[in-house]
Write a protein that binds this ligand. Structure first.
Ligand SMILES: [Zn+2]
Length: 322
């Protein structure tokens, strides 16, 4: 154990909202993370007039992205993307991402073109209802995208095995990485939170030790016990308690060790430079036409953060002059 680790047996240790808190069960292959989002989440979902059910779904997706990036050893971004496979679906797509510095952002596209569609959204109050807009279980597409700062991006396709995001992701982790994983997600449209617990593979030495020392203190019931304990967490606990309170509430009988938490905050990676790259791809003549049509000024607005980038004819000429 390193010096900066502390036991989490004292729930008053920190005011840990907007964090990812790692924890370990001492002398075991179990690792977990708790994510709590408050202000970072509020800042994300106020960017668009999202229906309640989408706010909640985005809360779960942001929490999941913040949990999952803690399980991969990369510098870069991890995003979760949902894509409807049915053109009549009220939810077109949704995505949420978290980078290695704990910067989160999210965006969703939905249909509310007429009264009927708006009323349908008004009648939905849960994340699972928005999730079910992907179509029946088995339909719709879920992706996990990993974009490392260096190297090739990776995309995993998550089977739509369950009627909620958490169980689909846990199923995916178990299938793809062969790592037993528990995931719980919750969001009340103001706050979001979740927990991920994994039993990592034992090393060869550890496996031998387990086989040779059945009574030497190796805790074979630990995973069964953690599954049971983790299943007792209530949605309102995940959205109201702090991260260390959640860990204490669930595992206070276990030997928990928790390093310093990682702060999470809302932020965007858009920039004028990225807009210029897009403009270069569209081409000068077409850009000048668009500019003309829009009264001499062209606007690109970022859906994630609301930033508006304006370009006039001189700007466009400038971009293509380089
Ligand atoms: Zn932006």
């Amino acid at each position: 154990m390193t010096q900066d680790m502390q036991t989490s047996n004292n729930p008053a240790v920190s005011t840990d909202i907007d964090v990812r808190q790692r924890f370990f069960i001492q002398d075991s292959p179990v690792r977990g993370d708790v994510v709590r989002l408050s202000r970072s989440y509020a800042n994300t979902i106020t960017q668009k007039p999202y229906p309640e059910a989408i706010k909640r779904l985005l809360g779960e997706m942001l929490t999941a992205a913040s949990l999952l990036i803690g399980t991969v050893k990369i510098d870069g971004r991890l995003s979760i993307q949902l894509q409807s496979s049915d053109s009549n679906s009220l939810l077109n797509w949704a995505m949420a991402e978290c980078d290695q510095n704990g910067i989160i952002r999210a965006l969703a596209s939905w249909k509310s073109d007429n009264d009927e569609q708006s009323q349908a959204w008004n009648s939905m109050t849960t994340a699972n209802e928005a999730f079910s807009e992907l179509g029946a279980t088995g339909a719709g597409v879920l992706f996990i995208n990993i974009q490392p700062e260096q190297g090739e991006p990776y995309q995993g396709i998550v089977e739509r095995s369950h009627d909620n995001l958490a169980d689909c992701l846990a199923h995916y982790q178990k299938q793809s990485a062969q790592i037993p994983t528990l995931i719980n997600l919750a969001s009340d449209a103001l706050q979001a939170g979740g927990i991920l617990v994994q039993m990592l593979p034992r090393t060869v030495e550890e496996t031998v030790e387990v086989e040779q020392n059945q009574d030497a203190g190796i805790d074979d019931d630990l995973w069964t016990r953690l599954k049971m304990l983790t299943s007792t967490v209530k949605a309102e606990e995940l959205t109201t308690l702090t991260a260390s309170e959640i860990i204490y509430r669930l595992y206070n009988q276990e030997n928990v060790v928790a390093p310093e938490p990682t702060a999470l905050e809302f932020g965007c990676t858009c920039s004028r430079e990225k807009c210029e790259t897009a403009i270069l791809q569209i081409g000068q003549d077409e850009m000048l036409d668009i500019c003309e049509e829009q009264g001499g000024q062209f606007e690109m607005d970022c859906g994630f953060c609301g930033e508006i980038y304006r370009f006039d004819k001189d700007n466009i000429a400038e971009i293509f002059a380089h």
